[in-house]
Design a protein around this ligand. Structure first.
Ligand code: VG1
Ligand code: CO
Length: 543
């Protein structure tokens, strides 16, 4: 096999963000862009000579082409083997599982997750380490470093590998094993959950709609929910993955999965609704007349997890990202579990999961997962909910209300201001950061600032420190607002404002979150000058 060594030069802007490198698809398709980054990954992890990597993605535009380039580069760099999902498809949690199941040296995931796909939209690439999780900062720093010094990359001169059917192929010396993307993952789910009980639930007339949003979970959800669990045919909608996700925004929240949301809020909707994102790691869970905020979902699942066989022995601990509400903290306290607070991004849970300190993890951004893989896992969360509902024989709404009566309610909302001019977003953020020391004691919208700081995380397992992880302002009475700039966007800056207030008065547990959080939202604007800096009157997305 002929191997070409192609001279190249560093391309700026190849710094991985919250979860891998995400750019406009056309940027990824520019000459050398993908190749440079792939070679930098290989060089950053000390080469792939003799190694085995998993490869797959969410099927978005350019997924198939990029996979072929990566295979040729793996072969040229001396990799022993690639394990590839059929059609170069793997959901992110399925890829994480496959890396662990086969004990590989990690994997490459082609995805920009919840970002839209298509030639004019977004593409992404992420390296996951041998534990199955997104590379931690120590590794991504090395990869980034390699992008700034690259002078050449190696690529095999070869035809495309046939990825259309399972089986073993060769690319020069390298073995390419094409696997069914669903089978191993579905088997893992069968081990964790009481499929018998969930089957009985569906057989008893329980109804559900799962919106795959034209993204990667379609085939997974069809196989597991309809074929194995007996949910009615048609339960899974938008089930065929499309390169542009049907032109939609594959982000499972009330804004982008509005049709599902509205259906569940109507009186004649199904008992249960759920959706997942582009690459299958996010989830939104709904009951008839009940929206489960992701922070509440983590808390409820922590309280109820022992209903599922995989968690019957109890949990070792729980972890949540800093902007996620403290709802799960109250459950952890009641159960006597350690509870960790990490920066945003699943990579920060990896060490806690590996060390056996946490079993469940979650983020307010519709991410929930456990130690079964090292990524958040959309369908897993849906199945745990189904298992809990099958065991408790109650509705989502009743379970949620019972939870709030027991633990109190953390009213929660996130306001996103998208594609803000980078300079304006930085001015807001830097100005607020500089003002932090002067904030305690200040009044805003009738609230008094009690504390203000910038979050930094000391990893209790490896001792590494991550600074600059968000600005927190606490008010007297326990409510708070957090500010962050997104690390997954591809145009301008996205400002995220996270609002939270805790309520224990039984008469005030059923309020509209927007109303319950109105004062905090006003205080946030007064303190940070959101409208003034962004020029926006209202957020683009509210979750
Ligand atoms: C966002 C979320 C974060 C999540 C990340 C990746 O990051 O806030 O919680 O882990 O996306 O999710 P940011 O930096 O834009 O706030 V996914 O499903 O896009 O891989
Ligand atoms: Co995702």
């Amino acid at each position: 096999m002929e191997i070409a060594t192609v001279p190249t030069a560093p391309i700026s802007g190849q710094k991985p963000g919250t979860s891998g490198l995400r750019k406009k698809t056309r940027v990824f398709m520019q000459a050398h862009f993908l190749e440079n980054y792939v070679q930098a990954i290989f060089d950053g992890i000390g080469g792939v000579q003799g190694r085995t990597l998993v490869l797959g993605g969410d099927g978005r535009y350019f997924n198939d082409r990029a996979a072929q380039v990566i295979l040729r580069m793996m072969a040229a760099n001396g990799a022993a083997k690639a394990i590839v999902g059929q059609g170069a498809i793997l959901s992110t949690p399925a890829a994480s599982h496959l890396i662990r199941l086969r004990g590989t040296d990690g994997g490459l995931i082609l995805s920009a997750s919840h970002n839209p796909g298509g030639e004019d939209e977004d593409f992404g690439l992420k390296y996951n380490t041998p534990n199955g999780g997104p590379a931690p900062e120590g590794v991504t720093d090395k990869i980034f470093e390699a992008t700034t010094t690259i002078t050449e990359y190696r690529i095999a001169v070869a035809q495309d590998v046939d990825l259309s059917t399972p089986g073993t192929r060769r690319l020069g010396e390298m073995e390419v094993e094409v696997v069914d993307p669903v089978a191993d993952y579905a088997a893992l789910m069968e081990r964790l959950f009481d499929f018998e009980a969930i089957r009985a639930l569906f057989a008893g007339g329980f109804t559900m709609r799962f919106d795959a949003m034209h993204a990667v979970t379609g085939p997974y959800a069809k196989e597991i929910l309809e074929n194995r669990l007996g949910a009615a045919p048609g339960t899974v909608v938008n089930a065929t993955p499309l390169p542009d996700f049907g032109g939609g925004h594959p982000d499972p929240n009330p804004t982008w999965a509005k049709e599902l949301f509205d259906l569940l809020m109507s009186a004649d909707g199904p008992d249960f609704g759920a959706a997942s994102d582009g690459d299958g790691d996010r989830n939104m869970v709904l009951g008839r007349g009940a929206y489960v905020s992701p922070s509440d979902s983590l808390a409820v699942l922590t309280a109820q997890a022992t209903a599922a066989p995989g968690y019957r022995e109890g949990l070792k601990g729980v972890a949540r990202s800093m902007p996620t509400s403290a709802a799960v903290d109250r459950v952890a306290e009641a159960l006597g579990l350690p509870c960790y607070e990490t920066p945003t991004g699943w990579k920060f849970f990896g060490n806690l999961l590996d060390a056996g300190r946490a079993t469940l993890c979650g983020e307010e951004s519709f991410g929930t997962g456990s130690d079964h893989v090292r990524e958040k896992d959309g369908l897993w969360a849906v199945l745990l909910w189904l298992n809990v509902l099958a065991a408790r024989r109650t509705s989502v709404k009743a379970l949620l209300e019972e939870h709030w009566r027991t633990y109190g309610r953390n009213y929660y909302s996130r306001h996103d201001y998208e594609a803000v001019e980078t300079e304006r977003a930085n001015a807001l953020y830097d100005g607020l950061r500089a003002a932090l020391p002067s904030l305690p004691g200040r009044q805003a919208a009738g609230l008094t600032v009690e504390s203000a700081d910038e979050f930094a995380y000391d990893d209790p397992v490896d001792g590494s420190r991550s600074e600059g992880q968000g600005l927190r302002i606490g008010f007297e009475g326990g409510s708070r607002v957090v500010f962050r700039l997104s690390g997954t966007g591809t145009s301008g800056a996205t400002l995220r404002v996270y609002l939270e207030a805790y309520e224990t008065d039984p008469a005030r547990l059923g309020r509209d979150p927007a109303e319950a959080l109105a004062d905090i939202a006003r205080a946030a604007d007064e303190i940070a000058g959101i409208r003034q800096h962004t020029g926006r009157e209202a957020p683009d997305v509210v979750t």
